[in-house]
Design a protein around this ligand. Structure first.
Ligand code: NZQ
Ligand code: ZN
Length: 390
């Protein structure tokens, strides 16, 4: 087990009737807030009024910055920074999924900065201070509600980069599973796939062979994301199904799974950020297509690790590691098919002859993330496995 520091300062309020705590939780950090949310769902499902009533009762004065799109854009963040500065905002409230929370984090980082916020994502500047962020999570997926990361797409270059800093941890995140009852089946699946991918990438890029505590934790999270996703597809208002998926997705990327694993990577996310940067695909949909392809490309290098995962998660009994590893890939692919996830680039309406362009678009992020072993040629080889499903 490698040395590690685990420090997660985000306070989580989990469960029924927690949404109304947003007012006091915000007021604890400031009186003047910028409220950030998405396109329609917050108002459509009555959450907007519940949140603003709570802010009003707590004596918080807010201005609104709605309109966050999936795969959030730099231009919308820059407009939010201007709005936050004009209002003299001292706290940022995010009500939505990962796109909204990441937008809020970027506004929180950019508002006090003397430089453009994009310079954080390109590594040209480092974060010195950030406004506090409090969140109401409405979609189980990214884990942004309890981590220090944020992901943004540069409208001009279509580069989709991530940046992380301990100052970007939300101060408080409110997780009421009932806010996710209205999440459609597609995004229920995309969210589960995102969380599963966060875990599998660590599980398969870790270098230490002796990490049973982390391995059992990660295997359990993968199993529960799959089981809870199926429950939510059967009954979108299954409280415990939604609660299990929400908490598993949060734990999948809050620092716990990676503790002690040493250096791990995000190779699938490197490729997916190129896909969603170029084609605006939903993040989890891109990962659903990449996951089996990436596993197939890794098979020759780490059959034992993939086989071990399959034996634990799917109960595989093949003794031969290579056969068990192949069966593991097939099990993930048949689960993805069962939950009606996209399986191929064609399912995402991405033509095969775009593979070189997608692969080349990973170059700058690979350099920033120091994933230099994942050359465009190797990315193209992974994507070649994503053209057809068994
Ligand atoms: O915009 P509205 O109308 O609110 O609709 C949203 C959006 O269309 C809808 N939605 C959200 N909550 C809902 C709901 N619909 C009905 N009922 C609700 N309760 O869902 C759609 C997708 O929302 P979005 O926030 O884009 O999804 P997600 O949470 O998957 O976030 C995706 C973003 O997170 C980034 C991804 O790159 C992507 O940009 N990630 C952030 C990470 C982080 N900060 O640590 C790590 C992840 O790997 C990921 O990269
Ligand atoms: Zn992700």
């Amino acid at each position: 087990m490698h040395n590690f520091v685990f420090h997660n300062p985000t306070k989580i309020l989990f469960g029924r009737d927690t949404v109304e705590s947003i007012g006091p939780e915000t007021r604890a950090w400031g009186e003047r807030a910028l409220l950030v949310y998405g396109q329609r769902s917050l108002k459509q499902h009555g959450l907007h009024d519940r949140i603003t009533d709570s802010l009003r009762r707590a004596g918080v004065q807010w201005v609104e910055h709605g309109g966050v799109r999936s795969n959030p854009l730099l231009s919308h963040v820059r407009a939010g920074i201007e709005r936050a500065r004009a209002h003299g905002a001292t706290v940022i409230v995010a009500a939505g999924g990962g796109s909204v929370i990441d937008t809020a984090k970027a506004i929180a980082a950019g508002t006090p900065a003397a430089h453009d916020v994009w310079k954080l994502f390109t590594g040209k500047k480092s974060l010195k201070s950030a406004l506090p962020v409090v969140t109401v999570l409405t979609l189980a997926a990214s884990g942004s509600e309890m981590n220090s990361g944020m992901v943004l797409t540069n409208d001009g270059s279509r580069e989709k980069f991530g940046y992380g800093h301990r100052l970007l941890h939300p101060k408080t995140s409110i997780l009421d599973p009932r806010t996710t009852f209205t999440v459609p089946p597609s995004y229920t699946v995309f969210g589960a796939v995102d969380a599963i991918s966060h875990v599998i990438e660590f599980y398969l890029t870790a270098s230490d062979p002796d990490t049973p505590v982390q391995d059992r934790l990660m295997e359990g999270l993968i199993e529960n994301c799959m089981a809870a996703c199926e429950r939510c597809l059967c009954d979108p208002c299954d409280y415990n199904g939604r609660a299990n998926l929400m908490w598993a997705a949060t734990l999948a990327l809050n620092g716990l799974t990676g503790a002690g694993l040493g250096r791990v990577g995000f190779p699938m996310h490197l490729i997916e950020h190129s896909l969603s940067g170029l084609y605006d695909t939903p993040h989890g949909a891109g990962l659903a297509v990449i996951l089996p392809g990436w596993l197939r490309a890794r098979l020759p290098h780490s059959p034992k690790r993939i086989a071990g995962l399959g034996r634990r998660v799917f109960g595989l009994t093949q003794q031969d590691d290579f056969q068990a590893a192949e069966a593991t890939v097939k099990c993930f692919q048949s689960w993805l098919r069962q939950v009606r996830a996209p399986l191929t680039l064609t399912d995402l309406s991405i033509p095969a002859n775009d593979i070189p362009r997608i692969a080349d678009h990973t170059r700058s992020l690979a350099r920033i993330w120091r994933l230099t072993d994942l050359s465009p040629e190797r990315v193209a080889a992974v994507l070649a496995h994503c053209l057809a499903a068994d």
